[in-house]
Design a protein around this ligand. Structure first.
Ligand code: SF4
Length: 367
């Protein structure tokens, strides 16, 4: 059976498939001519490149987001075509059968499989009790699997830097996969795909790029693909016009303010790099700011602890490009002037950083 016949049998039309490839290659800024090459690479994935998906300290939200949202579905393209050999949430096997599948993959596909990690990791043996899977410290399993992987993909904020919800207190001292490998001298490349949860398009696009080119996509200093995390949310926000006009929401109960800028309600958009304004969650159904919620900054290092409380104004909020701290009250009072000032500085800053006028190569996110 040809690969597109196989896809058809799964309810995925050739048109849907090619459309996804076109969107994916466009997201990476690649020419349209690459789409067939990407399609071929994923088609060859019908030969099932092995994937091990480990779940540590997390809520399973990233699995849910990845497998339930896109058409053609992520379940078709990732779970079936990529042959996930081990995933505690979706695999049919349990107990010893499941653990044997993991052990066999390590043995048979050493150096060939992609390791996906969801969730944060205890930092050392003294904290191992916070995450034991199948009677074994999760930290040891990640180290074992990462050492023989072709590449590691950390999905969701917890896996990227350990600072998600499981690591928000001092108790677990959870860390991300990249730091764990670095601390233990393992050089396997790590691609960070933060957000709480990660978007399915981000996971699929990144894996497609890796299958197509056999290398990790261009990353920023936080290890995130520039294709998905190379843009400042604030620059693309649907409420940006309100910001420029100095219209800031102060009263949640006032219908007239419902589309106003949410800066005074704790929005982290001016310091958060993500494509959320253009690529939405749940099959492009919606995203935080469009649903009336301020951005919580979940794609940035340090989320959640560094950015809480999420829905109240930040005292002395730092506006990128403006020297010193700017109080939200001052912004609310002197709105037009401050917003105009911000725009001027932001534009100059963007040009200086290469975000306007030429392609950005790398950034670490403005803090
Ligand atoms: Fe949008 Fe937030 Fe920026 Fe306001 S502060 S324009 S709500 S990203």
């Amino acid at each position: 059976m040809g690969k597109f016949n196989v896809l058809n049998a799964k309810g995925v039309s050739r048109r849907d498939f090619m459309k996804l490839m076109a969107v994916t290659t466009a997201a990476f800024g690649l020419p349209a001519t690459v789409a067939p090459q990407a399609a071929k690479a994923v088609g060859e994935a019908l030969e099932k490149p092995p994937v091990i998906w480990l779940s540590g300290m997390e809520c399973t939200g990233c699995t849910t987001s990845t497998i339930s949202t896109i058409k053609p579905s992520a379940a078709d393209l990732i779970l079936d075509k990529l042959s996930i050999r081990y995933h505690e949430v979706i695999m049919a096997g349990t107990g010893d059968v499941a653990e044997e599948a993991y052990a066999e993959t390590l043995k048979e596909a050493a150096g060939k499989y992609i390791l996906i990690v969801e969730g944060s990791v205890p930092p050392d043996a003294s904290k191992d009790d916070y995450c034991i899977v199948a009677g074994k410290p999760f930290r040891e399993t990640v180290l074992e699997a990462a050492a023989q992987a072709k590449a590691v993909v950390a999905v969701g904020s917890c896996a990227c830097d350990g600072a998600g919800i499981p690591g928000a207190s001092e108790i677990t001292q959870a860390i991300g996969v990249r730091d764990l490998l670095k601390n233990n001298g393992i050089a396997t490349p790590v691609i960070n795909l933060p957000c709480c949860p990660v978007k399915s398009q981000t996971v699929i696009g990144t894996l497609t790029y890796f299958l197509t080119y056999g290398e990790v996509p261009p990353l920023d200093s936080q290890g995130r693909p520039l294709a998905y995390y190379g843009m400042l949310l604030h620059d693309n926000c649907p409420r940006r016009g309100r910001f420029e006009n100095g219209e800031f929401l102060k009263d949640w109960n006032d219908p007239a303010q419902k589309d106003y800028c949410l800066l005074l309600k704790g929005c982290k958009g001016p310091k958060t790099y993500t494509d959320c304004a253009s690529v939405w969650f749940n099959d492009n159904a919606n995203f935080c700011l469009n649903a009336g919620s301020p951005c919580s900054g979940c794609s940035e290092t340090g989320f959640y602890a560094k950015f809480n409380p999420l829905y109240v104004k930040n005292d002395d909020f730092h506006v990128p490009g403006v020297v010193g701290q700017v109080s939200p009250d001052l912004i609310g009072a002197g709105v037009g002037v401050v917003a105009a000032g911000y725009l001027a500085f932001s534009t100059v800053g963007n040009i200086a950083r290469g975000r306007i006028g030429k392609k950005s190569k790398e950034h670490g996110g403005d803090k």
